[in-house]
Design a protein around this ligand. Sequence first.
Ligand SMILES: Cc1cc2nc3c(=O)[nH]c(=O)nc-3n(C[C@H](O)[C@H](O)[C@H](O)COP(=O)(O)OP(=O)(O)OC[C@H]3O[C@@H](n4cnc5c(N)ncnc54)[C@H](O)[C@@H]3O)c2cc1C
Length: 450
Amino acid sequence: MKKSLVIIGGGEAGTYTLEALIKKGPEIFKQFDITLLKREKRGSASICAVPPALQGIFRMDEVVELENPKYFIDHGIDYRTETEATKIDLEGKSVNLSTGEKIKYDYLVIGTGREPRIPKIEGKDLEGVYTFSTIEDGERIEAAMKDSEAKNAVVIGGGSIGIQTAIAFLKKELKTKVVVGHSAPLSSMLDPDMGSIVRESLEKEGLEFIFGKDFSINGDRRVKSVIAGEDKIPADIVVISRGMLPNSDLAKKAGIEIGETGGIATDQYMHVKKNRKYIKDVYALGDCSEVIDGITLRPRLSQLASTALVQAKVIADNLVGINSSFEPCLSPTVATISNFQVGSIGLTSDIAERYCIKIISEKKEKPTKPRFYHGRKSMVVKLLFDAYSKKLIGAQIISEDMVADRIDGLGIAIKKGMTAKELSKMEKSFDPCVSLHRDVIIDVAEEAIR
Ligand SMILES: Cc1cc2nc3c(=O)[nH]c(=O)nc-3n(C[C@H](O)[C@H](O)[C@H](O)COP(=O)(O)OP(=O)(O)OC[C@H]3O[C@@H](n4cnc5c(N)ncnc54)[C@H](O)[C@@H]3O)c2cc1C
Protein backbone atom coordinates (compact mmCIF):
# COMPACT_ATOMS: atom_id res chain seq x y z
CA MET A 1 0.00 0.00 0.00
CA LYS A 2 1.17 3.53 -0.78
CA LYS A 3 2.47 5.59 2.13
CA SER A 4 1.56 9.20 2.64
CA LEU A 5 4.50 11.65 2.79
CA VAL A 6 3.84 15.23 3.89
CA ILE A 7 6.48 17.95 3.48
CA ILE A 8 5.92 21.18 5.41
CA GLY A 9 7.74 24.02 3.67
CA GLY A 10 8.30 24.85 0.04
CA GLY A 11 11.56 26.75 0.32
CA GLU A 12 14.83 25.26 -0.86
CA ALA A 13 14.68 22.51 1.79
CA GLY A 14 11.24 21.26 0.74
CA THR A 15 11.98 21.72 -2.95
CA TYR A 16 15.32 19.86 -2.78
CA THR A 17 13.55 17.01 -0.96
CA LEU A 18 10.99 16.76 -3.77
CA GLU A 19 13.76 16.87 -6.38
CA ALA A 20 15.80 14.19 -4.60
CA LEU A 21 12.72 11.96 -4.47
CA ILE A 22 11.86 12.52 -8.14
CA LYS A 23 15.47 11.56 -9.01
CA LYS A 24 14.80 8.14 -7.48
CA GLY A 25 12.67 7.43 -10.57
CA PRO A 26 8.96 6.85 -11.24
CA GLU A 27 8.87 3.98 -8.72
CA ILE A 28 8.81 6.62 -5.96
CA PHE A 29 5.22 7.51 -6.88
CA LYS A 30 4.17 3.87 -6.50
CA GLN A 31 5.61 4.00 -2.99
CA PHE A 32 4.39 7.44 -1.82
CA ASP A 33 1.56 9.93 -2.17
CA ILE A 34 3.45 13.19 -1.69
CA THR A 35 1.91 16.44 -0.41
CA LEU A 36 3.87 19.69 -0.04
CA LEU A 37 2.49 22.55 2.03
CA LYS A 38 3.73 26.10 1.83
CA ARG A 39 2.50 29.46 3.00
CA GLU A 40 3.42 31.52 -0.05
CA LYS A 41 1.22 32.07 -3.06
CA ARG A 42 3.97 31.09 -5.49
CA GLY A 43 6.31 28.18 -6.08
CA SER A 44 9.95 28.24 -5.04
CA ALA A 45 12.83 30.17 -6.59
CA SER A 46 16.40 30.52 -5.35
CA ILE A 47 16.56 33.36 -2.84
CA CYS A 48 20.38 33.10 -3.21
CA ALA A 49 20.09 34.69 -6.65
CA VAL A 50 18.13 37.71 -5.42
CA PRO A 51 20.97 39.86 -3.94
CA PRO A 52 22.98 39.60 -7.20
CA ALA A 53 19.74 40.28 -9.13
CA LEU A 54 19.34 43.53 -7.15
CA GLN A 55 22.85 44.45 -8.32
CA GLY A 56 21.85 43.82 -11.93
CA ILE A 57 24.01 40.68 -12.31
CA PHE A 58 20.87 38.66 -13.11
CA ARG A 59 17.42 39.88 -14.02
CA MET A 60 14.93 39.58 -11.17
CA ASP A 61 12.14 38.36 -13.50
CA GLU A 62 14.42 35.54 -14.74
CA VAL A 63 15.11 34.46 -11.15
CA VAL A 64 11.44 34.57 -10.16
CA GLU A 65 10.25 32.81 -13.31
CA LEU A 66 11.83 29.56 -12.04
CA GLU A 67 9.27 29.34 -9.31
CA ASN A 68 6.43 27.75 -11.26
CA PRO A 69 5.31 24.62 -9.36
CA LYS A 70 3.98 23.02 -12.58
CA TYR A 71 6.99 20.67 -12.76
CA PHE A 72 6.05 19.12 -9.41
CA ILE A 73 2.30 19.10 -10.08
CA ASP A 74 2.98 17.31 -13.39
CA HIS A 75 4.78 14.62 -11.41
CA GLY A 76 1.58 14.05 -9.44
CA ILE A 77 2.68 15.86 -6.29
CA ASP A 78 -0.11 17.51 -4.31
CA TYR A 79 1.62 20.92 -4.23
CA ARG A 80 -0.39 23.23 -2.00
CA THR A 81 0.47 26.92 -1.95
CA GLU A 82 -1.16 29.39 0.50
CA THR A 83 -1.57 26.49 2.92
CA GLU A 84 -0.18 26.73 6.41
CA ALA A 85 0.37 23.80 8.73
CA THR A 86 -1.06 24.98 12.04
CA LYS A 87 -0.42 21.90 14.18
CA ILE A 88 1.52 18.66 14.06
CA ASP A 89 0.11 15.73 16.04
CA LEU A 90 2.96 13.24 16.38
CA GLU A 91 0.85 10.64 18.17
CA GLY A 92 -2.06 10.82 15.72
CA LYS A 93 0.40 11.24 12.77
CA SER A 94 -1.55 14.15 11.31
CA VAL A 95 -1.12 17.80 10.37
CA ASN A 96 -3.82 20.47 10.80
CA LEU A 97 -4.04 22.99 7.99
CA SER A 98 -5.10 26.64 7.85
CA THR A 99 -7.88 25.51 5.49
CA GLY A 100 -9.50 23.63 8.38
CA GLU A 101 -8.47 20.27 6.93
CA LYS A 102 -6.50 17.62 8.81
CA ILE A 103 -4.21 15.36 6.78
CA LYS A 104 -2.71 12.07 7.87
CA TYR A 105 0.90 11.16 7.22
CA ASP A 106 3.04 8.04 7.40
CA TYR A 107 6.19 10.14 6.97
CA LEU A 108 6.64 13.83 7.73
CA VAL A 109 9.43 16.19 6.61
CA ILE A 110 9.70 19.56 8.35
CA GLY A 111 11.40 22.31 6.35
CA THR A 112 9.84 25.42 7.88
CA GLY A 113 12.92 27.57 7.26
CA ARG A 114 13.99 30.80 8.89
CA GLU A 115 12.76 34.21 9.89
CA PRO A 116 14.83 37.39 10.04
CA ARG A 117 16.29 38.40 13.39
CA ILE A 118 14.65 41.77 14.06
CA PRO A 119 15.73 43.81 17.08
CA LYS A 120 12.87 44.91 19.33
CA ILE A 121 13.31 48.61 18.65
CA GLU A 122 10.99 51.45 17.82
CA GLY A 123 10.96 52.29 14.16
CA LYS A 124 11.37 48.76 12.85
CA ASP A 125 7.83 48.82 11.41
CA LEU A 126 8.09 52.23 9.71
CA GLU A 127 7.42 52.48 5.99
CA GLY A 128 10.71 52.17 4.12
CA VAL A 129 12.19 49.65 6.60
CA TYR A 130 12.75 46.17 5.15
CA THR A 131 14.12 42.78 6.10
CA PHE A 132 15.57 40.42 3.51
CA SER A 133 14.55 36.80 3.87
CA THR A 134 12.16 36.04 1.01
CA ILE A 135 11.83 36.66 -2.73
CA GLU A 136 8.97 39.06 -1.91
CA ASP A 137 11.32 41.04 0.37
CA GLY A 138 13.76 41.24 -2.54
CA GLU A 139 11.04 42.53 -4.83
CA ARG A 140 10.01 45.16 -2.27
CA ILE A 141 13.62 46.31 -1.86
CA GLU A 142 14.04 46.46 -5.65
CA ALA A 143 10.93 48.65 -5.97
CA ALA A 144 12.15 50.93 -3.15
CA MET A 145 15.59 51.45 -4.63
CA LYS A 146 14.11 52.23 -8.06
CA ASP A 147 11.98 55.01 -6.53
CA SER A 148 13.46 58.27 -7.80
CA GLU A 149 12.74 59.95 -4.45
CA ALA A 150 15.13 57.58 -2.67
CA LYS A 151 18.55 59.16 -2.11
CA ASN A 152 19.91 57.63 1.12
CA ALA A 153 20.06 53.99 2.17
CA VAL A 154 21.19 52.37 5.39
CA VAL A 155 21.86 48.66 5.79
CA ILE A 156 21.96 47.42 9.37
CA GLY A 157 24.18 44.34 9.47
CA GLY A 158 27.51 43.55 7.84
CA GLY A 159 26.94 39.93 6.75
CA SER A 160 27.08 38.87 3.12
CA ILE A 161 23.36 39.57 2.46
CA GLY A 162 23.64 43.06 3.99
CA ILE A 163 26.82 43.91 2.11
CA GLN A 164 25.47 42.60 -1.21
CA THR A 165 22.32 44.68 -0.71
CA ALA A 166 24.41 47.76 0.11
CA ILE A 167 26.40 47.25 -3.11
CA ALA A 168 23.09 47.10 -5.02
CA PHE A 169 22.12 50.48 -3.50
CA LEU A 170 25.51 51.93 -4.35
CA LYS A 171 25.12 50.80 -7.96
CA LYS A 172 21.79 52.67 -8.03
CA GLU A 173 23.75 55.75 -6.89
CA LEU A 174 22.12 55.88 -3.47
CA LYS A 175 24.31 57.27 -0.70
CA THR A 176 24.75 54.10 1.33
CA LYS A 177 25.98 53.39 4.83
CA VAL A 178 26.34 50.02 6.52
CA VAL A 179 26.02 49.75 10.31
CA VAL A 180 28.19 46.84 11.43
CA GLY A 181 28.04 45.33 14.93
CA HIS A 182 31.54 43.81 14.80
CA SER A 183 34.96 45.34 14.16
CA ALA A 184 34.85 44.36 10.46
CA PRO A 185 32.22 43.18 7.96
CA LEU A 186 31.52 39.49 7.15
CA SER A 187 32.44 38.45 10.69
CA SER A 188 30.75 35.04 10.45
CA MET A 189 33.00 34.17 7.47
CA LEU A 190 36.19 36.13 7.99
CA ASP A 191 38.62 37.12 10.73
CA PRO A 192 38.74 40.91 11.28
CA ASP A 193 42.06 41.26 9.38
CA MET A 194 40.48 39.62 6.32
CA GLY A 195 37.18 41.50 6.75
CA SER A 196 39.15 44.77 6.82
CA ILE A 197 40.51 44.03 3.33
CA VAL A 198 36.93 43.83 2.07
CA ARG A 199 35.97 46.96 4.01
CA GLU A 200 38.84 49.04 2.60
CA SER A 201 38.05 48.00 -0.94
CA LEU A 202 34.34 48.80 -0.57
CA GLU A 203 35.14 52.15 1.04
CA LYS A 204 37.13 53.04 -2.08
CA GLU A 205 33.96 52.29 -4.08
CA GLY A 206 32.01 54.76 -1.92
CA LEU A 207 30.40 52.53 0.70
CA GLU A 208 30.55 53.96 4.22
CA PHE A 209 30.78 51.79 7.33
CA ILE A 210 29.75 52.68 10.86
CA PHE A 211 30.89 50.29 13.55
CA GLY A 212 28.88 49.80 16.72
CA LYS A 213 26.08 47.68 18.06
CA ASP A 214 23.59 50.37 19.12
CA PHE A 215 21.27 52.00 16.66
CA SER A 216 17.73 53.32 16.40
CA ILE A 217 15.39 53.94 13.48
CA ASN A 218 13.44 57.18 13.41
CA GLY A 219 10.58 58.71 11.44
CA ASP A 220 6.84 59.41 11.62
CA ARG A 221 4.97 57.15 9.27
CA ARG A 222 8.00 56.78 6.99
CA VAL A 223 11.59 56.25 7.99
CA LYS A 224 13.68 59.44 8.11
CA SER A 225 16.95 58.51 9.76
CA VAL A 226 19.02 55.95 11.57
CA ILE A 227 20.98 56.91 14.66
CA ALA A 228 24.10 54.79 15.09
CA GLY A 229 26.51 55.86 17.83
CA GLU A 230 27.18 59.58 17.34
CA ASP A 231 25.90 59.57 13.76
CA LYS A 232 22.45 60.62 12.60
CA ILE A 233 22.18 59.17 9.10
CA PRO A 234 19.41 60.36 6.77
CA ALA A 235 17.58 57.32 5.39
CA ASP A 236 14.89 56.79 2.76
CA ILE A 237 15.45 53.01 2.77
CA VAL A 238 16.61 50.87 5.69
CA VAL A 239 17.33 47.16 5.39
CA ILE A 240 17.69 45.23 8.64
CA SER A 241 19.98 42.30 7.91
CA ARG A 242 21.16 40.97 11.25
CA GLY A 243 20.97 37.25 10.61
CA MET A 244 18.24 34.63 10.65
CA LEU A 245 16.49 32.62 13.35
CA PRO A 246 15.28 29.06 12.77
CA ASN A 247 11.52 28.92 12.33
CA SER A 248 11.02 25.99 14.67
CA ASP A 249 7.87 27.01 16.59
CA LEU A 250 5.51 24.55 14.87
CA ALA A 251 7.85 21.67 15.70
CA LYS A 252 8.37 22.93 19.25
CA LYS A 253 4.61 23.09 19.88
CA ALA A 254 4.40 19.44 18.78
CA GLY A 255 6.90 18.55 21.50
CA ILE A 256 9.83 18.09 19.11
CA GLU A 257 13.14 18.88 20.80
CA ILE A 258 14.76 22.17 19.90
CA GLY A 259 18.53 22.37 20.21
CA GLU A 260 20.65 24.97 22.00
CA THR A 261 20.85 27.07 18.81
CA GLY A 262 17.05 27.36 18.49
CA GLY A 263 17.07 24.94 15.52
CA ILE A 264 15.36 21.54 15.48
CA ALA A 265 17.78 18.90 16.77
CA THR A 266 18.15 15.82 14.56
CA ASP A 267 20.24 12.66 14.47
CA GLN A 268 22.56 11.86 11.55
CA TYR A 269 19.59 10.45 9.57
CA MET A 270 17.78 13.79 10.04
CA HIS A 271 15.17 12.25 12.39
CA VAL A 272 13.73 14.65 14.94
CA LYS A 273 13.35 13.64 18.57
CA LYS A 274 10.79 13.91 21.34
CA ASN A 275 11.40 13.09 24.97
CA ARG A 276 15.02 12.19 24.06
CA LYS A 277 13.81 9.50 21.64
CA TYR A 278 14.31 9.87 17.89
CA ILE A 279 11.19 9.46 15.76
CA LYS A 280 11.91 7.27 12.75
CA ASP A 281 9.22 8.66 10.45
CA VAL A 282 9.67 12.41 11.09
CA TYR A 283 12.57 14.35 9.58
CA ALA A 284 13.70 18.01 9.61
CA LEU A 285 16.12 19.88 7.40
CA GLY A 286 17.15 23.29 6.14
CA ASP A 287 17.24 26.58 8.00
CA CYS A 288 14.87 25.37 10.75
CA SER A 289 17.28 22.64 11.83
CA GLU A 290 20.65 22.63 13.56
CA VAL A 291 23.74 20.71 12.47
CA ILE A 292 26.81 19.34 14.19
CA ASP A 293 29.97 21.27 13.43
CA GLY A 294 32.65 19.17 11.71
CA ILE A 295 35.45 20.53 13.91
CA THR A 296 34.05 21.43 17.32
CA LEU A 297 31.45 18.62 17.11
CA ARG A 298 29.06 21.05 18.82
CA PRO A 299 25.58 21.99 17.52
CA ARG A 300 25.31 25.12 15.40
CA LEU A 301 23.25 26.56 12.57
CA SER A 302 24.25 26.14 8.92
CA GLN A 303 21.57 28.18 7.16
CA LEU A 304 22.81 27.56 3.64
CA ALA A 305 21.14 26.22 0.50
CA SER A 306 24.20 23.97 0.06
CA THR A 307 23.57 22.38 3.48
CA ALA A 308 19.85 21.85 2.76
CA LEU A 309 20.74 20.16 -0.55
CA VAL A 310 22.83 17.45 1.14
CA GLN A 311 20.28 16.99 3.94
CA ALA A 312 17.50 16.54 1.34
CA LYS A 313 19.48 13.74 -0.36
CA VAL A 314 19.97 12.02 3.00
CA ILE A 315 16.24 12.21 3.79
CA ALA A 316 15.23 10.96 0.33
CA ASP A 317 17.63 8.00 0.70
CA ASN A 318 16.33 7.10 4.13
CA LEU A 319 12.72 7.39 2.95
CA VAL A 320 13.33 4.74 0.29
CA GLY A 321 15.21 2.51 2.71
CA ILE A 322 18.80 3.38 1.71
CA ASN A 323 20.78 3.94 4.90
CA SER A 324 22.27 7.42 4.61
CA SER A 325 23.62 9.91 7.11
CA PHE A 326 24.38 13.62 7.22
CA GLU A 327 27.89 14.01 8.56
CA PRO A 328 29.08 16.83 10.84
CA CYS A 329 29.49 19.72 8.46
CA LEU A 330 31.93 22.51 7.58
CA SER A 331 29.54 24.89 5.79
CA PRO A 332 31.68 26.13 2.90
CA THR A 333 30.52 29.65 2.06
CA VAL A 334 31.30 31.87 -0.86
CA ALA A 335 29.92 35.31 -1.65
CA THR A 336 30.45 37.68 -4.56
CA ILE A 337 31.24 41.05 -3.02
CA SER A 338 31.68 43.65 -5.74
CA ASN A 339 34.68 42.50 -7.82
CA PHE A 340 35.76 39.98 -5.20
CA GLN A 341 34.82 36.47 -4.34
CA VAL A 342 35.05 35.89 -0.62
CA GLY A 343 35.15 32.33 0.63
CA SER A 344 35.37 30.64 3.96
CA ILE A 345 35.21 27.15 5.46
CA GLY A 346 35.62 25.67 8.92
CA LEU A 347 36.37 27.80 11.97
CA THR A 348 37.21 31.48 12.17
CA SER A 349 39.67 32.59 14.89
CA ASP A 350 36.75 33.93 16.91
CA ILE A 351 34.89 30.60 16.94
CA ALA A 352 38.14 28.71 17.69
CA GLU A 353 38.66 30.96 20.71
CA ARG A 354 35.07 30.43 21.82
CA TYR A 355 35.74 26.67 21.93
CA CYS A 356 39.21 27.07 23.52
CA ILE A 357 40.95 25.70 20.41
CA LYS A 358 44.49 27.07 20.23
CA ILE A 359 45.35 27.92 16.65
CA ILE A 360 48.30 28.77 14.43
CA SER A 361 47.24 30.99 11.54
CA GLU A 362 49.10 32.30 8.52
CA LYS A 363 48.05 34.72 5.82
CA LYS A 364 49.61 35.68 2.50
CA GLU A 365 48.73 37.65 -0.60
CA LYS A 366 50.10 36.45 -3.92
CA PRO A 367 49.11 36.57 -7.59
CA THR A 368 47.39 33.47 -8.96
CA LYS A 369 49.28 33.46 -12.29
CA PRO A 370 52.86 34.18 -13.48
CA ARG A 371 54.16 37.75 -13.87
CA PHE A 372 54.10 37.51 -17.68
CA TYR A 373 50.33 36.79 -17.61
CA HIS A 374 48.71 40.16 -18.28
CA GLY A 375 45.71 40.99 -16.12
CA ARG A 376 46.64 38.42 -13.47
CA LYS A 377 44.75 38.73 -10.19
CA SER A 378 45.88 38.61 -6.62
CA MET A 379 44.61 36.26 -3.91
CA VAL A 380 44.72 36.58 -0.12
CA VAL A 381 44.65 33.26 1.72
CA LYS A 382 44.43 32.76 5.47
CA LEU A 383 44.68 29.25 6.88
CA LEU A 384 43.99 28.22 10.47
CA PHE A 385 45.63 25.13 11.95
CA ASP A 386 45.02 23.44 15.29
CA ALA A 387 48.15 24.29 17.29
CA TYR A 388 48.41 20.78 18.79
CA SER A 389 47.40 18.42 15.98
CA LYS A 390 48.66 20.81 13.24
CA LYS A 391 45.54 19.90 11.27
CA LEU A 392 43.83 22.41 9.01
CA ILE A 393 40.63 23.65 10.70
CA GLY A 394 39.73 26.79 8.77
CA ALA A 395 40.38 28.66 5.53
CA GLN A 396 39.48 32.13 4.28
CA ILE A 397 40.15 33.45 0.78
CA ILE A 398 39.58 36.80 -0.95
CA SER A 399 40.32 37.26 -4.64
CA GLU A 400 39.12 38.60 -7.94
CA ASP A 401 40.04 35.14 -9.25
CA MET A 402 38.04 31.93 -8.61
CA VAL A 403 37.67 31.22 -4.91
CA ALA A 404 34.83 28.69 -4.66
CA ASP A 405 36.77 25.67 -6.03
CA ARG A 406 39.68 26.33 -3.68
CA ILE A 407 37.37 26.56 -0.68
CA ASP A 408 35.75 23.27 -1.66
CA GLY A 409 39.21 21.68 -2.10
CA LEU A 410 40.30 22.92 1.32
CA GLY A 411 37.07 21.46 2.70
CA ILE A 412 38.25 18.03 1.56
CA ALA A 413 41.63 18.70 3.19
CA ILE A 414 39.89 19.55 6.49
CA LYS A 415 37.64 16.47 6.26
CA LYS A 416 40.66 14.26 5.60
CA GLY A 417 42.43 15.77 8.62
CA MET A 418 45.37 17.10 6.57
CA THR A 419 48.15 18.75 8.53
CA ALA A 420 50.11 21.85 7.48
CA LYS A 421 52.97 19.55 6.41
CA GLU A 422 50.71 17.38 4.25
CA LEU A 423 49.10 20.46 2.71
CA SER A 424 52.52 21.95 1.90
CA LYS A 425 53.36 18.80 -0.08
CA MET A 426 50.04 18.60 -1.88
CA GLU A 427 50.40 18.01 -5.61
CA LYS A 428 48.84 20.89 -7.51
CA SER A 429 48.20 21.08 -11.23
CA PHE A 430 50.18 23.72 -13.11
CA ASP A 431 49.69 25.55 -16.37
CA PRO A 432 51.01 29.14 -16.63
CA CYS A 433 47.72 30.29 -18.15
CA VAL A 434 45.74 29.23 -15.10
CA SER A 435 48.07 28.79 -12.12
CA LEU A 436 51.42 29.31 -10.47
CA HIS A 437 53.63 26.32 -9.80
CA ARG A 438 54.18 27.66 -6.27
CA ASP A 439 50.60 28.26 -5.26
CA VAL A 440 49.72 30.66 -2.44
CA ILE A 441 48.05 27.86 -0.41
CA ILE A 442 51.32 25.88 -0.40
CA ASP A 443 53.23 29.02 0.68
CA VAL A 444 50.83 29.65 3.57
CA ALA A 445 51.05 26.02 4.74
CA GLU A 446 54.89 26.18 4.62
CA GLU A 447 54.88 29.42 6.58
CA ALA A 448 52.57 27.88 9.19
CA ILE A 449 55.04 24.98 9.65
CA ARG A 450 57.85 27.50 10.22
C1 LIG B 1 18.97 36.87 0.63
C2 LIG B 1 19.56 35.49 0.86
C3 LIG B 1 20.64 35.07 0.11
C4 LIG B 1 21.19 33.80 0.31
N1 LIG B 1 22.25 33.40 -0.45
C5 LIG B 1 22.76 32.15 -0.27
C6 LIG B 1 23.85 31.67 -1.08
O1 LIG B 1 24.37 32.40 -1.94
N2 LIG B 1 24.28 30.40 -0.88
C7 LIG B 1 23.72 29.56 0.04
O2 LIG B 1 24.15 28.39 0.16
N3 LIG B 1 22.69 29.99 0.82
C8 LIG B 1 22.21 31.24 0.69
N4 LIG B 1 21.17 31.67 1.47
C9 LIG B 1 20.58 30.75 2.44
C10 LIG B 1 19.60 29.81 1.75
O3 LIG B 1 18.79 30.52 0.89
C11 LIG B 1 18.78 29.05 2.78
O4 LIG B 1 19.65 28.22 3.51
C12 LIG B 1 17.72 28.22 2.14
O5 LIG B 1 16.85 29.05 1.44
C13 LIG B 1 16.96 27.41 3.18
O6 LIG B 1 15.73 27.06 2.70
P1 LIG B 1 14.57 26.55 3.67
O7 LIG B 1 13.61 25.87 2.78
O8 LIG B 1 15.16 25.81 4.82
O9 LIG B 1 13.94 27.85 4.30
P2 LIG B 1 12.92 28.96 3.73
O10 LIG B 1 13.40 29.47 2.43
O11 LIG B 1 12.70 29.92 4.83
O12 LIG B 1 11.58 28.17 3.40
C14 LIG B 1 10.69 27.80 4.41
C15 LIG B 1 9.40 27.37 3.78
O13 LIG B 1 8.55 26.86 4.79
C16 LIG B 1 7.27 27.41 4.66
N5 LIG B 1 6.63 27.36 5.98
C17 LIG B 1 7.10 27.79 7.17
N6 LIG B 1 6.23 27.50 8.14
C18 LIG B 1 5.19 26.88 7.53
C19 LIG B 1 3.96 26.34 7.99
N7 LIG B 1 3.63 26.38 9.28
N8 LIG B 1 3.12 25.77 7.09
C20 LIG B 1 3.43 25.73 5.78
N9 LIG B 1 4.59 26.22 5.28
C21 LIG B 1 5.43 26.79 6.15
C22 LIG B 1 7.51 28.80 4.13
O14 LIG B 1 6.33 29.26 3.54
C23 LIG B 1 8.62 28.48 3.11
O15 LIG B 1 8.04 27.99 1.94
C24 LIG B 1 20.61 32.95 1.28
C25 LIG B 1 19.53 33.37 2.06
C26 LIG B 1 18.99 34.64 1.85
C27 LIG B 1 17.84 35.09 2.69
